[in-house]
Design a protein. Sequence first.
Length: 410
Amino acid sequence: MAASANVDQSMKPVLFEIFGEIWNVQARLGQGVSASVYRVSSGRASTAAVKEFQVDSQGGDYGYHKERSVLEDIQGHKNIVTLYGVFTNHNCQGVSTRCLLLELLDISVSELLVRASSQGHSMWVIQHCARDVLEALSFLHREGYVHADLKPRNILWSADDECFKLIDFGLSYKEGNQDVKYIQTDGYRAPEADVQNSLAQAGLEGDAGCTSAIDLWSLGIILLEMFSGIKLKDTVRSQEWKDNNSTIIDHIFASKIVVCPAIPVYHLRDLIKSMLHNDPKHRSTAEKALSSPFFSIPFAPHIEDLVMLPTPVLRLLNIIDDSHLYNEEEYEDIVEDMKEECQKYGAVISLLIPKENPGKGQVFVEYANAGDSKEAQRLLTGRTFDGKFVVATFYPLSAYKRGYLYQTVQ
């Protein structure tokens, strides 16, 4: 399992040798106290993430062993990041570091919140994220684990699997066997975790430790931020929130009820409230939250959603006039032209140009993988085709496969 890399300790690695294959470092994706994460590539088709752990102050690698053991124990769920393997990296100064080779994911909920500004997200994205994270938590909690650091930066979109996934299990522990003193991030920390962290800081022992209910609290805050478009760190620190968060939640929802259909909004509000009881014993479980009526309502994505969340399917707008659709010869020519153009960016599996609504005159291009569709979206956006500017968004592969073409909400 050994690996080596040419690395200057003060800089990011240039490459990793992983299982006998050279992987080039393309970018540093994140840097924490104990580890750095890099995007790596072994050629056009293979990309992954490497999480490289710094040697801790005692010269050990507890953080690496901790995350590795949790990930190995919970592998196989579609809403949890995939661990491909582990290896040791030896740099040119003779320092060895432990590394995890992980599935490469896309945009985080943290980045989505920045892009949404104060508008908040569409119900489609909120529902998608809530369901995916609850599915992951339900599995995690059944396996006896508490994530203990749920926050927007630790929920990422998978372009190829078209779902949100949980990452970063460095603070996770088995319920009833909490071996981490300081848990959760400020702003997403449950009240009982706050108390326990304070006791630990004072050198005092708490009770048996925090339960899986702390993860539901964090998710409740995340969903409230996604709905409101507001960072709630200062709000959840306030005495008013501690005394009666239900009133504040009502106020946030009342201020947006004008622009949203009432019934889904009330279902979402009640779901969030069920996660934010101060008493963990009264908080909803992940399994119970999944049966909320909020998840039975069908929503269509907004156009912004389809720009932000990559998938293997590209949708091209503002290209084809109605007149082209009814002349069979012209239509066939356009299909061939589009296929030829789109194949420049990757392997095209299928291409569809509907002649009727929904989707009339739009071009749907299914690529072999999301990497190719992302490259095509980047290079086609703003191009002109027959004198018109191309608008390129992604499109849900699952809907495309079923022949379900949304009338996108603008």
